[in-house]
Ligand binder design. Sequence first.
Ligand SMILES: Cc1ncc(COP(=O)(O)O)c(C=O)c1O
Length: 363
Amino acid sequence: MVSRRPDPWPQDHGGDVWVQPEGARVVDFSASINPYGPPPGLWEELGRVWPRIVHYPDRRCRGLRAALAHRFGLPGEVILPGNGSAELIDLVLRALAPARLVWCPPDFSLYAQFAPAGTALVEVPRQAARGFRVDFGRLAETVQPGDVVVFSNPGNPAGCLEPADEVLRLARRCRERGALVLVDEAFMDFCPEEGVLGRAADGGGILVLRSLTKFYALPGLRVGFLAGPADLVGRIARLQVPWSVNTLAQVAGAHCVGRRAWEEETRAAILGEAERFRERLGRLPGVRPLPSAANYLLVELLPPAPTATAAYEALARQGILVRHCGSFGLGDRYLRIAVRRPEENEELVGALEGILGVRRAAG
Ligand SMILES: Cc1ncc(COP(=O)(O)O)c(C=O)c1O
């Protein structure tokens, strides 16, 4: 039997709203999902295709793959849709089974969790003093033949954005050394200018992951995709459970990625609100939100602010769920807070003011 050390922290992932009593009001800041919901027309589209569930899904995801190829200007054969990008992280690591997986904690925990049994984990940490940026210099020195290097960009939980140039330079270095970079761009729709998806098919030592969960607000349907050199993507696809992307997820994905005007408006609304929300949080004593390129803020709590556990618990009692960052290895000092709608963000600021004993100025 495998023994598992009990996790000392309250959460190992965001979005677990299911533990609340049925009907209880929860405002979920713990998973970073677009608070405005999916693009218009999705419910009608899903209603229209509902009868198709009497058939197996299209195993090759032809419609979704074509929509993604069209949207991102890539050939269809370099794209592999998956049951969320989580499935694809697992598939890539199982298919490549590298001797070493080089990762950059604090970062998304599934990279380490899905490392195959024989894979050694090598850490090139992101330092708090450097705003949790990826240390490209150390990565380039560390990488050895056969390695897979993985990191999220923008980074989770800190939201820092690495320039595409740096990512591509590292990928070239990896290719020269016979290694590979897996860039997880789950949140790149919020800041697409630094994405390297368009370069994924070049054979330049890079695989790119995207998720439709966050920007398109589809966490419950499970849809993401991988892009990379066609031969490698084909090898990875052979390990995928057949029909893992269900019919509704395929239709929803194809519907969502074509909405360019909605995309622009959504991005502008969320990034504008992120800036305003950060500024509001930063005025609270001991509350230090870091700059972020995405729809979440990593918030450091310093005295007189309470510990992350105390803040998490006090907020939870008011039906407000935030992400405690203990399971990212950040101890009891950090929370990750999604950017939601202005009125919800104000509710959270008000709750924190209550916890901190701050009185609001009248008027
Ligand atoms: C950085 C990052 N990558 C990937 C995922 C997995 O997303 P999904 O499987 O919903 O596409 C998450 C989810 O939290 C994430 O934060």
